[in-house]
Design a protein around this ligand. Structure first.
Ligand code: SF4
Ligand code: SF4
Length: 368
């Protein structure tokens, strides 16, 4: 079967993509340099980039001033739920729990905009990375590049951190976790109450700041338990960012610009990793990176077009007509969103079962 989308081998596509990356970056630099020297207007792409950058910075600053502890409030709620479950007590609907539920619902509906625009700890990571970048440029040092395969493995660490912290809270180690939390220490830092900062939390925070200077969003990508929780949420398709797979040159530089080193993932396996920072959209050619499932549909249309050409050729030659391909989104093992919905449903059923077993929720006919 001819398949337009797979007309080249993966190695050829990678090579073309890499060539596109390098060419695009060089072209952008040349374009900006020429524009600056000749006093011409900068390109619309560059203007959009700075607009998004400054808007994001402004929103981050507002959240840093008004709500510097939203992330730790949300994660404290997750921990206190596990503490209550561990003690067999009812889950209280406190402000903490409401913050967590609101952030999870927001993530399902809009994606991880909280991480890209509102989280104070993410902002700390951005500030430290920019500082490290300035020092590196001064010393003419190269920035840290982690190989793709290593990065893919390291991303799984945050799920282990999440599981360990929730299990520790369930087993009654909640107060130890809280006293050693770098987030609690950061909270004391933002409220200028350094005297109440725990020594363990302060030391862990200082240690974490070192890699933050070297790699952008390193804590978010590899270690953040709240980020792990967000990335497990089934984000609705209209809030997923897609890259046009047929426009390799147009999307050149997307992955290089991405703070968590993913291409705009659409409904692919890294969709939960996207922190919705908008940077890829600024780097790619207009229309190449978009929110929503439109590009996936376009890709499927192209696949069908390839099928139609092949079927016409088979009719003309009198040979057997090939079987029609199924669109990839109908194959459930290609649809990570469906898998996440199923996983989420299983977790909810598990919690209901646990609640019923510990006698603080009414027995449910679904899980009894
Ligand atoms: S991944 Fe964690 S630390 Fe990073 S922005 Fe999201 S909530 Fe904040
Ligand atoms: S895929 Fe795009 S929007 Fe998502 S984190 Fe990467 S650069 Fe930001």
């Amino acid at each position: 079967m001819s398949d337009i989308a797979d007309a080249t081998t993966p190695a050829q596509r990678d090579a073309r993509s890499a060539a596109g990356d390098a060419g695009d970056v060089k072209a952008n630099r040349a374009e900006d340099g020429t524009a600056r020297r000749s006093g011409q207007q900068v390109s619309p792409r560059k203007r959009r980039h700075s607009f998004v950058r400054w808007t994001r910075l402004g929103v981050q600053l507002v959240f840093l001033l008004l709500s510097p502890q939203a992330f730790s409030t949300a994660f404290s709620a997750a921990r206190s739920i596990m503490v209550s479950l561990g003690k067999g007590e009812a889950i209280e609907m406190t402000g903490f729990t409401i913050t967590l539920v609101a952030l999870l619902v927001h993530t399902i509906v809009f994606g991880r905009f909280f991480c890209g625009y509102a989280c104070a700890f993410g902002t700390l990571g951005d500030v430290l990375f920019q500082l490290g970048d300035a020092i590196r440029r001064k010393l003419r040092l190269r920035s840290l590049r982690v190989p793709d395969k290593v990065e893919d493995v390291l991303r799984l660490l945050k799920y282990l951190v999440l599981a360990a912290l929730l299990a520790g809270s369930f087993l009654g180690a909640g107060s130890i976790i809280s006293s050693a939390s770098p987030w609690t220490a950061f909270g004391h830092l933002t409220s200028l109450s350094l005297g109440s900062m725990g020594i363990a939390g302060g030391i862990i925070l200082l240690v974490l700041m070192v890699p933050m200077l070297l790699k952008e969003r390193v804590f978010c990508e590899f270690l953040c338990p709240l980020g792990a929780l967000f990335s497990l949420m089934p984000i609705i398709p209209r809030s997923n960012r897609h890259r046009n797979p047929h426009d390799l040159a147009g999307s050149a530089g997307c992955k290089r610009a991405c703070p968590v080193r993913i291409y705009p993932p659409g409904e692919g396996r890294w969709m939960g990793e996207c922190i919705q920072c908008d940077r890829c959209e600024c780097v790619a050619r207009p229309g190449c990176v978009t929110l929503g499932p439109a590009l996936q549909r376009a890709e499927e249309a192209l696949r069908h077009q390839g099928f139609a050409c092949e079927a016409r050729a088979a009719c003309a030659s009198g040979s057997q007509r090939p079987a029609a391909p199924r669109p990839s989104s109908y194959l459930f093992w290609h649809d990570y969103r469906t898998l996440r919905v199923a996983a989420l449903a299983l977790v909810l059923l598990g919690l209901l079962w646990l609640g019923g077993t510990l006698n603080y929720l009414p027995a449910s006919p679904l899980v009894s």
